[in-house]
Design a binder for this molecule. Structure first.
Ligand code: G3P
Length: 301
């Protein structure tokens, strides 16, 4: 699995690159704004992005801001032209740039993906929330699709009436296996008292209890990625899946178990991945047991 770092903070990128585990970088306009603001006018945004592209060992995803296909194509080409002389660049295009659903822009993302890809420009399809969207992006020729795992977890928890900050924190792991078993329990209890299959199928009680724990058959961000990979493997799509909107190290582990091509991981999650209580305890014990004779082994004669 390749690891991208999901940040625009140059120091974080440099540190993670020095650990030898970074294969690329993903950014968005909010991350870049935050990083450049912190430099209080000492560097222009354009130069700052050049620095990121220079230090990254692999593709840096940069996002367009237009929403019409022609705008996104123009901006994508411009970003590519400006920054690809300094390193590898991928252009982030939203799968559906429509903001309130009533615009005629639903398919402009696909048009931009098709066009930029046919020009040989790598496209990272962003804001992917369903396997269907991922399938369409792959058909349009995207180099990458980025399913937003953490945001799907947020959405499922919100559907169940859970509030961020109160019932769960942003970095909390969503136990999708527990959710699935709880749903099965609700269904089997209903089955035990039902007299016909029709009765269960039509029961609004069963549906409201069981259906709020998933998003149209998707039980979590990990489940979303599982299903996208299943589709891509069934048809040998070349498009690579970037597990995005990662919130904790257990999600990274589960994505790796699935064989996802890439996970884009925030700096704080990368730092968590190296930690374990028993590792530190083991280190403390070893250090306590170093006797002078052992220390002498390392002394230069
Ligand atoms: O990788 C996408 C990321 O930048 C969004 O993450 O945590 O805001 O959902 P998040």
């Amino acid at each position: 699995m390749k690891i991208f770092i999901d940040t625009a903070e140059l120091e974080e990128i440099k540190q993670a690159v020095s650990w030898g585990i970074v294969d690329g970088v993903t950014t968005n306009p909010s991350l870049i704004k935050k990083a450049v603001d912190r430099r209080k006018g000492k560097i222009s945004m354009e130069d700052y992005i050049k620095e990121i592209v220079k230090v990254s060992p692999g593709p840096v995803s940069l996002e367009v801001i237009g929403r019409r296909a022609d705008e996104m194509i123009k901006q994508g080409m411009l970003l590519h032209e400006k920054f690809s002389p300094f390193g590898e660049v991928a252009i982030k295009i939203p799968i559906n740039p429509s903001v309130n659903g009533d615009e005629n822009l639903d398919f402009d993302g696909l048009k931009a993906i098709r066009h930029l890809s046919s020009e040989g420009i790598s496209v990272n399809t962003t804001l992917v929330m369903t396997p269907e969207q991922a399938l369409l992006a792959a058909k349009a020729g995207a180099t990458y699709v980025s399913p937003f795992a953490g945001r799907i977890d947020d959405y499922i928890r919100a559907n169940m009436g859970m509030k961020i900050g109160k019932d769960f924190q942003k970095g909390d792991y969503l136990d999708h296996e527990l959710l699935r078993s709880a749903r099965n329990k609700v269904l089997s209890d209903a089955m035990a008292s039902a007299t016909s299959i029709r009765e269960i199928y039509k029961s609004s009680l069963v549906h409201s209890a069981a259906d709020r724990s998933h998003d149209n058959g998707i039980y979590s961000g990990v489940d979303l990625v599982t299903r996208i990979l299943r589709i891509f493997r069934a048809y040998n799509f070349k498009t690579e899946v970037i597990a995005a909107s990662i919130r904790n190290s257990r999600q990274v582990r589960e994505m790796a178990e699935l064989g996802v091509h890439i996970a884009t991981v925030p700096f704080n999650v990368l730092k968590d991945m190296i930690k374990h209580y028993k590792t530190s305890e083991g280190m403390r014990r070893f250090m306590d047991d170093v006797v002078p004779q052992y220390r002498e082994l390392f002394m230069e004669k």
